[in-house]
Design a protein around this ligand. Structure first.
Ligand SMILES: [Zn+2]
Length: 164
């Protein structure tokens, strides 16, 4: 039995925790590498590479998007436009924190959960209720954060207008 099969036999909770721990070791370096500011011309060039399609889900990009590092800076990836591809902000943010192996497991889990919800099993109904409640909380939190940012910006503009 190879190590990949060994990993698949690990209890799900242990696997997720292990993957999350391993991922955390590279997350910060990757984030730091992506802090480079791209010019409008560079962003346009990156968007043209895929014909304005998200390289993660393949969908059209019409709203906010991220220039996603293809190869992490920590793994030798360059900060040139050659090393970026466009991605929906949502796709990039959800994918951001996960290793490939971790994301595959999350997708498998998600597909299984979807089946449970569609079939209306006891597990599926429980997940549906809790997930709906979670989404309501998550969306309301996001809205209050956005309102906070708008308020901060307004305050900065007002302070700047008043002068010293
Ligand atoms: Zn996408």
């Amino acid at each position: 039995m190879n190590s990949s099969n060994d990993a698949e036999l690990q209890p799900l909770r242990d696997r997720l925790i292990d993957l999350s721990r391993r991922c955390g070791q590279i997350k910060d370096a990757k984030r730091r590498a992506c802090l480079r500011h791209l010019t409008a011309t560079e962003r346009t060039e990156i968007l043209r590479k895929t014909g304005a399609k998200c390289h993660i889900c393949g969908g059209d990009i019409r709203g906010p998007w991220n220039a996603d590092h293809v190869m992490a800076h920590s793994a030798g990836g360059k900060n040139s436009t050659d090393n970026y591809l466009p991605a929906h902000s949502t796709c990039n943010n959800y994918r951001w924190d996960y290793l490939t192996e971790e994301l595959e497991l999350i997708l498998k889990l998600g597909v299984w959960v979807r089946t449970q919800v569609e079939k209306g099993t006891i597990v599926g109904r429980g997940i549906e209720q809790r997930f709906s409640a979670y989404e309501v909380t998550r969306i309301s939190r996001r809205k209050s954060v956005k309102k906070g940012k708008v308020y901060k910006k307004r305050l900065q503009v007002e302070c700047a207008a008043q002068g010293p």
